[in-house]
Design a protein around this ligand. Structure first.
Ligand SMILES: [Ca+2]
Ligand SMILES: [Ca+2]
Length: 371
């Protein structure tokens, strides 16, 4: 009997709100996960006050919802969800003790965060590296900015992005650092702006959140939002060059009413070389992936000769052995077509062909077999 009653009660609770009547501290949008999108909701509710919870803590567990607050988010969710620690006010403690502390934790089912990536004519997030070709061990800064030349954003309130990057190429197995630009257009009115940046160097992922807190939007201005900084570690023996990629996978930019403004994300690549002087003749410092161009190397394994069939021009062809020793095979531009080189008496073993084409660099593993 008691079980039937509690089921009926649960059903009534679900029907009354359309969702569960529990607060998970840090999951402000109640989608099952604490992340930087919750920071955006927190920013909209910042400063609001309402009934406190009976049990005030920030443990990652279901907390009974208090009496509903006077305000709701535009999606209908009550502001009480933004009071993560349950003390009756939405302030910095809710961010630092719950959203930040419980970042990444989930209580399934996890539903969508509704990122709004754009394609075509839309404002654009830009990743601008200080260099695209560096020596191993070098430090590179990558500026993050919004380019709204095509479509000005008059109503910036907050931004949340998810990033991914190449693992194993950064010093200390760490992710990129991020520094927010101080006194930028984001807080041109000197309002309080909260930033949140979390990276996972093992997974190669990071999230950045940025929100205003005064319920007033601001127009996007010129200049960087912030800077990612990375130190390129030594590349592995056997490789002449390697490529670090930083990619914005998802972006959510909102106005002060949680209107989503679609934005085009960006990707940047930085080539790390043992000896950059060998690569400076490149027209495009772009690391090609398999399938980007038609370039066939055969036979492989090779014995007496090597034949290359290419659909694009080649500027330089390097043969790199497993100790990283490099030999230039072709040092002047050749056009598309079929070419043959004799291997003469090169030592059998595993090599890499570094092919600098007119559209980018690619690498092919090559085995030279005993003849
Ligand atoms: Ca959430
Ligand atoms: Ca609070």
């Amino acid at each position: 009997m008691r079980k039937i009653l509690s089921l009926a009660l649960l059903l009534a609770l679900i029907l009354s709100d359309g969702w569960t009547q529990e607060v998970w501290p840090g999951d402000v949008n109640n989608n099952g996960k604490a992340n930087t999108v919750d920071l955006l909701f927190w920013g909209l509710a910042y400063g609001a006050e309402g009934p406190a919870r009976a049990d005030q803590n920030t443990d990652w567990s279901a907390q009974p919802l208090p009496t509903l607050w006077a305000n709701n988010f535009p999606n209908g969710l009550n502001f009480a969800y933004a009071d993560c620690n349950g003390d009756g006010i939405v302030n910095d403690d809710d961010f630092s003790d719950a959203i930040d502390d419980n970042f990444g934790l989930e209580h399934p089912p996890v539903t969508a965060d509704f990122y709004a990536n754009a394609a075509g004519a839309a404002p654009r997030l830009r990743l601008t590296p200080s260099a695209t070709l560096v020596q191993e061990g070098a430090m590179v800064n990558i500026g993050l900015s919004i380019d709204d030349a095509d479509l000005p954003i008059a109503d910036f309130y907050g931004l949340a992005i998810k990033l991914s990057y190449t693992t194993n190429l950064l010093a200390g197995d760490d992710g990129p650092d991020f520094d927010l630009v101080e006194n930028s257009w984001v807080d041109a009115d000197e309002s309080y702006v909260q930033e949140m940046y979390v990276d996972d160097g093992i997974m190669g992922t990071a999230e950045l959140g940025l929100t205003r807190t005064n319920q007033l939007a601001i127009a996007v201005g010129s200049g960087d939002l912030g800077t990612f900084s990375i130190i390129m570690e030594d590349i592995i023996v056997g490789l002449e060059v390697d490529t670090f990629t930083l990619r914005i996978d998802s972006v959510l930019l909102i106005d002060q009413h949680f209107g989503r403004i679609p934005v085009i994300p960006d990707t940047t690549q930085i080539i790390i070389a043992k000896d950059t002087s060998k690569l400076t003749t490149l027209n495009h410092n772009l690391w090609l992936e398999e399938g980007d161009v038609e370039l066939v190397v055969f036979p492989n394994p090779a014995t007496h000769f090597l034949q290359i069939s290419t659909s694009v021009g080649i500027e330089q062809l390097l043969l790199v052995d497993q100790l990283g020793r490099t030999e230039i095979i072709v040092d002047r531009p050749i056009t598309s077509g079929n070419y043959r080189w004799y291997l003469n008496d090169r030592k059998p073993g595993i090599y890499w062909l570094q092919v600098k084409t007119t559209v980018g660099i690619l690498s092919r593993k090559l085995v030279i077999a005993p003849s």
